[in-house]
Ligand binder design. Structure first.
Ligand code: K7E
Ligand code: CUA
Length: 762
């Protein structure tokens, strides 16, 4: 009991006491443990994962969002979801696919002239510098519709989607070379490489092909350079996961295959099914490719064009000695290069063994010309025993491997056993095992596929959740389980339901490496990172009607949309450019026009365009969709779509019944509010607020808001002199609107300063 209470005390100190609800906030930790049936082990797990309010996670994970076509961002160890990133599919909140700028990005993913509005994301990969994740970009593939996307981590937005010009599916991507020279992907299901070309399954061996595509990445532009990208033609072996060599193996890439039988099914004709034919042999082929040399050969003109894309034919790759095969057991899935680049680990789904290949031995065999055979296409096959370092029996259904910060330590997922095996790949021995729930696919350690793994945590990406969470119908959430790998024994510390499926793979990076922006430079097109040609500054807003085109250059700032009305005739094409003039952090405005299927998320500084045909007569409110301020609901306007040739019969707006008493009451409200503002200003300037950049930004913003009241005093007094009480009252009211925003910011700044221990200055 003594130990328990010391633990309890230290947990209290660590802030665990805050996690309990107010109903028992006065109780001791022991009372809570009892009431909730928690063990000491549970509390330890809680203490290892809990992040108190305002705290930050140590690592940021970016997960595939599976069939959503998105990415999921979450923190480790808290496992709190931070963001979904729209990638291959529209994402309404972010306006992705509902504004013109993002539609252009999505248009990059059109195939044969058609929008593909779903995607099957599998493997995210960070950009790398010297084999380490550098936190600048993340790349992600779409297996079903062979595409790759580039996400810039300065704003976590998708900047580019490219379509693979020769594949019909693509699973083994996106893998990144150690300095992000190339992002590569392997075809999965072999098909004719020429687009829209039919060959019968009877010609599978001759006409169907697999391949590897190496996408050239231009880091300064932050985009894939499609013209400098190329592919290598491969046999129809169902190429699967891949990895890039690093260190001594830099310049090479490795790719598994799982149906080197080249079986094409045919159960309709009485033939055995696919799965029988595709797993008949004891071995498949690991493809070993010298991509550096391949790139040189393509530059030297040795490629041929297929669908306008450079493809290095197999004969050339064989002749030039850049393509080799090694048998690997059996129906393998993952291939993972060790952090030092000297070995590669292959797990055969249908074999209990995990095979560790030695890069040095592979090179020695190649150099000596020591091959055991050739495959039917003439590719030299290196003998397995000539390439193996060791084989270790880990358990049933080994799939994927990740690395620890400790030398020679690896973790392999065991799909059938529902376990993670920790083992030593140098010595070839099993170290520990832990059960997961259930049927693990990928697993991931912190920066665990780079040259400098960080250890600490492992995430198990389980295919089935079954009984782990409150039931929500037959479709279950996915389950990412967090495992503490800092000690000798692995410890399961958190179950995180993921409500977006099926996330195949996830990568994590030290949060300190990420330097995302908090705002855009005023007037930025976030999808191109260039100055938006249709951005406006405050006061430059305008609406122009030319023929049947209405074009609006508007702005958004608390709590106002400029313009307040847009007039069009039925059939007009309406284009609305909106710039968010805010400089404050987190002051995003949304924008939509009722029933016209447009939406924009306009973060501070961003300029966005929405475009539609006003094909319906009527009155359509437009408004800000993000609860941005106390007067968010009033951030509104009307799109007035008039019938052709409509003439006004009534030309004045209805009047309100304001009196001098209303005006005086508003003036008193304004004076009272100014007192509050002054007291907040007195506090802020009495402390060292200038030492807090966040507060300096808030103060600037507050004075910005207050500055807008300057001319309004003369205005309302002028109307008062003319006894126009409506105008006098409402212009005075407008001063108060700005005061409210000023006070709101001031109070936020004051709270921040108090919480961050601001000190009195003289
Ligand atoms: Cu194993 Cu697509 Cu990497 Cu799923 S994949 S598990
Ligand atoms: Cu802007 Cu709500």
């Amino acid at each position: 009991m003594k130990r328990l209470s010391t633990l309890a005390a230290s947990l209290m100190a660590a802030g665990i006491g805050l996690a309990v609800t107010s109903a028992w906030s006065a109780d001791s930790l022991q009372d809570v443990m009892k009431a909730r049936g928690l063990s000491q082990q549970d509390l330890l797990a809680a203490a290892k994962t809990y992040v108190p309010t305002g705290g930050r996670d140590e690592f940021i994970a970016i997960s595939s969002g599976g069939q959503s076509g998105q990415l999921i961002v979450y923190g480790i160890p808290s496992m709190r979801i931070l963001k979904y990133i729209g990638v291959f599919t529209p994402e309404p909140w972010q306006g992705y696919g509902f504004d013109e700028e993002s539609k252009k990005v999505l248009a990059g993913g059109r195939i044969d002239g058609k929008d593909i509005t779903w995607g099957d994301t599998h493997h995210p990969g960070f950009s790398e510098t010297n084999g380490e994740s550098d936190g600048q970009f993340v790349f992600i593939n779409d297996k079903a519709n062979p595409r790759i996307a580039v996400v810039d981590l300065r704003d976590f937005e998708t900047k580019q989607i490219v379509v693979n010009p020769i594949f019909k599916s693509e699973h083994g991507g996106a893998f990144v070379t150690p300095n992000s020279e190339y992002i590569f992907e392997a075809s999965q299901y072999a098909s004719p490489l020429e687009n829209k070309k039919f060959y019968p399954l009877e010609e599978f061996n001759e006409k169907y092909r697999g391949g590897m595509t190496y996408w050239k990445f231009d880091r300064t532009k932050g985009l894939i350079d499609q013209k400098q990208s190329f592919s290598i033609e491969l046999p129809p072996y169902s190429q699967d996961l891949s990895d890039a060599g690093k260190g001594p193996s830099d310049g090479w890439s490795f790719t598994n295959s799982f149906c080197s039988e080249r079986y094409v099914g045919g159960i309709e004709d009485g033939r055995p099914p696919y799965e029988a034919g595709c797993s008949a042999k004891d071995t498949d082929y690991l493809h070993v490719i010298n991509w550096k040399k391949a790139a040189e050969l393509v530059k030297a003109g040795k490629a041929k064009k297929i669908n306008g894309h450079d493809v290095l034919p197999m004969e050339v790759a064989i002749k030039e000695g850049i393509l080799f095969l090694i048998p690997e057991p059996k129906s393998p899935h993952g291939v993972d290069v060790t952090p030092d680049g000297t070995k590669l680990i292959v797990a055969g789904k249908l074999d209990t063994h995990v095979s560790v290949y030695s890069f040095e031995k592979i090179m020695a065999a190649i150099k000596a010309g020591k091959f055991e055979s050739k495959d039917p296409y003439g590719i030299p096959v290196i003998g397995m025993k000539d390439a193996l370092h060791t084989q270790v029996s880990l358990g049933l259904g080994p799939l994927h491997t990740q690395y620890d910060s400790k030398a020679c330590v690896a973790y392999t997922s065991l799909y059938v056993d529902s376990q993670v095996a920790k083992w030593d790949y140098c010595e070839g021995k099993l170290l520990d095992k832990i059960s997961v729930h259930y049927n693990i696919g990928h697993l991931m350690t912190m920066e665990g596929d780079t040259s400098k793994p960080r250890g600490k945590y492992l995430v198990a990406l389980n295919k089935l959740a079954i009984d782990r969470f409150n039931p929500v119908g037959p479709l279950h959430p996915q389950n990412h389980q967090l495992i503490d790998i800092s000690g000798d024994k692995m410890q399961l510390i958190y179950d995180m339901p993921i409500p977006l499926g099926e996330p195949h793979y996830v990568v994590a990076i030290d949060a300190k490496k990420l330097k995302p922006a908090v705002r855009y430079k005023l007037g930025t097109n976030s999808r191109t990172d260039e100055a938006h040609p249709d951005a406006v500054k405050a006061g430059e807003e305008k609406t122009v009607k030319k023929g049947n085109k209405v074009e609006v250059w508007g702005s958004l700032i608390r709590s106002h949309i400029t313009p307040e009305k847009i007039e069009a005739e039925v059939g007009d094409e309406v284009t609305i450019h909106l710039t968010n003039l805010e400089r404050a952090q987190d002051e995003t405005h949304g924008f939509t026009v009722s029933t016209y299927n447009v939406h924009a998320s306009v973060e501070p500084g961003k300029t966005v365009t929405v475009k539609f045909k006003a094909d319906k007569e009527g009155v359509y409110p437009y408004y800000c969709t993000e609860f941005c301020s106390a007067l968010h609901l009033e951030m509104q306007g009307y799109l007035l779509v008039k019938p052709k040739g409509w003439k006004a019969t009534k030309t004045t707006l209805a009047k309100g019944n304001y009196t001098e008493t209303d005006y005086k009451a508003t003036l008193k409200k304004v004076a009272d509010t100014q007192v509050i503002i002054d007291s907040v200003v007195t506090y802020i300037t009495s402390v060292n607020y200038k030492d807090f950049p966040e507060v300096v930004a808030m103060v600037e913003d507050a004075f910005d808001q207050l500055g807008k009241t300057k001319d309004l005093k003369a205005k309302h007094e002028g109307y008062a002199a003319k006894k126009d009480w409506e105008s006098a009252n409402l212009w005075a009211e407008q001063i108060w609107q700005y005061q409210v925003k000023t006070a709101d910011l001031g109070l936020r700044a004051k709270t921040f300063l108090e919480e961050h221990g601001a000190k009195k200055v003289k």
